[in-house]
Design a protein around this ligand. Sequence first.
Ligand code: PLP
Length: 361
Amino acid sequence: MGRVYNFSAGPAVLPESVLREAAEEMLDYRGCGMSVMEMSHRSSAFKAIIEEAEADLRDLMGIPDNYEVLFLQGGGSTQFAMVPLNLMRGGFAEYVVSGSWSKKAYQEAKRFGDARILGDSSDGNFSYVPNVAELRVNPNADYVYICENETIYGTKYHALPETGDVPLVSDVSSCFLSEPIDVAKYGLIYGGAQKNVGPAGVTIAIVRDDLIPTDDLHSVPTMLQYKTHVDGGSMYNTPPCYAIYVCGKVFKWIKAQGGLEGMRDINVAKAQLLYNALDESNVFHGTARKEDRSLMNVPFVTGNAELDAKFIAEADAAGLKNVKGHRSVGGMRASIYNAMPIEGVQALVDFMRDFELRNPA
Ligand code: PLP
């Protein structure tokens, strides 16, 4: 079988050129005679890889000098704990619960301190993002937490909450590097790489210096303190070397797409293609509120579970893989991350139109 169009929510499609380049270097990385997978993280070759990856990421996102870039492990789920363990300093934090991932983060934070709900869209089955203008941030909060793109429900914040001096913490796992952002508006940004950035195994955190506790937090495991990873240059212990190496290649690929502006334009074109098809269809319906639609994850249904299953099976047979919705919500979901070519979205749209002709409403 040749390459398929893979609409998985993560781990997800990576740019073909990146995979080919990594394959070419697999046995002998630039004359080292070994794979990056086999290389000491203390070697000069790997040091150059991680330094270049960080420099390219800083360049792409315009990360100010007073922010640390950390390559961590444990996925987004570990950040659900690390954020409160490091940033909730005996006070309280405010969470906007706009889907499963922010709910999980909120529940985890409650294990460690006073996590409060600032906004909640569970009343609409998380089909929308709470109105940021209506969020009344308590100026004494240690931080405000959002999940900027809810992978399962396909919603995205198109404006950030105004948090004043209260640091904004954002989980960008499923929209990382999909469009330009102003890093200075955040206290902490993090995302697992396995959607838009690289293979599973590395989680990138971008943290404003002054939020990182300078003392050793005795009750917090060493590995869960941001300071440990700042002091160790993301190499306190063995980092996920190969994943970081592939991320570095993806950063260069994004630069070649015109940076984050170029990436956004491509992503907007792809998302419009799919949303237009949904809006014109009599069979398929998007489930997220229009104003809050994600550029990355597009959930949709027919309203008939049997027809959904038929569509998913036929799409799969046609090489359109992983369009099944998350197990908690059902229906379909097409994740159209950075590396999904517009041809893949066009193929899906063509298939949907054909399916509709064969199965009219
Ligand atoms: N946050 C978001 C928005 C996600 O989509 C996911 C996983 O899909 C997570 C967090 C959890 O990430 P991980 O599986 O890396 O722990």
